[in-house]
Design a protein around this ligand. Structure first.
Ligand code: GLU
Ligand code: MG
Length: 464
């Protein structure tokens, strides 16, 4: 894979990049540029800069109350020491992420780092967490290639009610024709922002779509997932449609996964370190250790990758969403699926998919958690459990117990309790991020615990 896969933030002259995007914004007649981030509860938020002063704000950033990383998806403020009404951080753009938004008039977007007033990375910023994990891998001469593979549902809204746009079948041209106009605009909008579409089809659920984009180095992959969510929802709205990335928008339909594909490479992305020609499923010892690390931490890692109360409705057996701590070749019921490589492209296409992942997660946190867990597997030389080549739900309890194929946590509450006991993940996140993250999730758990199912569906369907 000799393509231009580099970590742009370390290879680009940021000052000249800033000048370049100011010129681009002016030439395109932009009036506003949105400074966007993804918060601890997986919600994309931001503030806009007017075009006057954009050049300045690229350096100074825009001010944000410290409290926002204690904010929940219900816009409730969790109680976290030092995250109240007093104090500010700065949203400072990463100029390599600038795009012109095809779904909002005269508008650009740029993704930001959270910084303290003296320009240091803010300890509760998820993007900083991912950068740290990328650096930690780099210390071992390893680079992570990743792709978020989102499923989402198109809906119409009548009053307070969201209804799927069709009742078409899985992979049917019927479904693709019904959505063709909006999909065409979405593909164009993604391409114009540098995201290349790999595959598209109408998925199993009513109104459900799956459209994947190319893999990229970890930070870029997470950045793109934020831009992707914004783009799909923004373009859908131009068609009078609502795109929902909620893990389970409707109780009786297939859930929306966001399977996370990953492989580990040499720093120049020329050699896939997961691949070993003669090994079982072509999996190198390094790949097996990385996977073992993920399975080892999975009960806690889920708090980062399946991050909403609604996530756990999706993780049911025999829904192809994963419900067990198991792995297998092309096994769509295990948490980790080893994707079968493509003939003639075995070395570059060998990768592993975490199925227990959805778009209510903050992609920086989920991918950083995956890397932290995988690297721990490498550091401790963990052994991988045996491959499961059947639906793990069809095994009996004793068989599952023997291979460690436990049922995954059944609620966010369980996953958060596990995270609070997982020192490796807590340490990787750092105290500020871990404390604020857990406080946010615990406030959600409490708030939804006091309400009925209808409230949960209504509150998730158009937040993500
Ligand atoms: N919709 C399934 C999920 O929730 C995935 C179906 C598939 O693509 O295998 O993850
Ligand atoms: Mg799918």
């Amino acid at each position: 894979m000799a393509t231009a896969l580099t970590d742009t933030t370390t290879t680009v002259d940021l000052d000249s990049k800033r000048r370049e995007i100011v010129a681009q914004a002016e030439a395109a007649g932009l009036r506003l540029v949105r400074f966007l981030y993804c918060d601890n509860d997986g919600i994309i938020r931001g503030k806009s800069s007017g075009i006057n002063g954009f050049a300045d704000r690229l350096n100074t950033g825009i001010g944000l109350t410290l409290a926002m990383q204690a904010f929940t998806m219900l816009d409730h403020l969790a109680t976290v020491d030092g995250m109240g009404p007093v104090g500010e951080i700065r949203l400072v753009p990463d100029p390599t992420t600038f795009t012109i938004a095809p779904y909002a008039p005269h508008t650009g977007t740029v993704l930001v780092d959270m910084q303290t007033l003296d320009g240091q990375p803010y300890a509760a910023d998820g993007r900083a967490f991912l950068k740290r994990m990328v650096d930690r891998a780099a210390e071992r001469d390893l680079a992570i290639l990743a792709a978020f593979e989102p499923e989402w549902s198109l809906a119409r809204k009548t009053g307070e009610q969201f209804d799927p746009i069709d009742d078409s079948g899985c992979f049917t041209p019927t479904g693709m024709n019904i959505a063709a106009a909006v999909i065409d605009d979405i593909v164009a909008a993604l391409q114009s922002q540098g995201m290349q579409v790999e595959q598209y089809y109408a998925e199993l659920g009513w109104g459900q779509q799956e459209l994947s984009i190319s893999p990229a180095p970890a930070l870029t992959a997470a950045d793109r997932h934020v831009l992707y969510r914004e783009t799909v929802r923004g373009v859908a709205l131009q068609h009078g449609l609502y795109a929902s990335f909620a893990p389970k928008p409707w109780g009786d339909q297939a859930g929306n996964g966001c399977h996370l594909h990953f492989s580990v490479w040499d720093p120049d992305y020329r050699t896939n370190r997961f691949y070993q020609q003669a090994a079982e499923y072509h999996l190198s010892p390094l790949a097996r250790q990385f996977m073992a690390g993920i399975l080892n931490h999975l009960p806690a890692l889920l708090a980062l990758t399946c991050a909403s109360v609604n996530s756990y409705r999706r993780l049911q057996p025999q829904m192809w969403a994963s419900a067990y701590r198991a792995w297998g070749p092309d096994n769509r019921e295990g948490a980790l699926r080893v994707a079968s490589p493509f003939k003639g492209h075995e070395a570059e296409s060998t990768n592993v998919e975490l199925k227990s992942s959805d778009s209510s997660a903050n992609p920086y946190l989920s991918l950083a958690g995956v890397i932290a867990a995988g690297l721990d597997g490498i550091e401790r030389g963990l052994a991988l459990s045996p491959a499961v080549t059947v639906d793990p739900h069809t095994l009996d309890d004793a068989q599952r117990k023997k291979i460690g194929a436990d049922r995954l946590p059944a609620s966010l509450q369980e996953a958060i309790a596990n995270l609070k006991r997982d020192d490796v993940l807590l340490k990787a996140m750092g105290e500020r991020l871990a404390t604020s993250y857990i406080a946010v999730k615990e406030l959600d758990i409490e708030a939804f615990g006091q309400q009925d199912d209808a409230f949960e569906f209504r509150q998730h369907i158009y937040k993500y």
